[in-house]
Design a protein around this ligand. Structure first.
Ligand SMILES: [Zn+2]
Length: 54
């Protein structure tokens, strides 16, 4: 399971990928619970990953 960085929900990565609900940013793949979360992330990814050091 992956964590949706926008809303914090647990997301099944394979299911998200099959629905196109993933985004690549800085070499990492992020999975989302919905197209709304993906859209929010795509508009401002730094807001959601900026606090991670990895
Ligand atoms: Zn979400």
């Amino acid at each position: 399971m992956a964590k949706d960085p926008v809303c914090g929900m647990e997301v099944n990565e394979q299911q998200a990928a099959s629905q196109g609900l993933t985004s690549n940013y800085q070499g990492r793949t992020y999975s989302f619970c919905s197209s709304d979360c993906k859209r929010q992330f795509d508009q401002n990814p730094q807001q959601y990953v900026g606090q991670q050091t990895t």
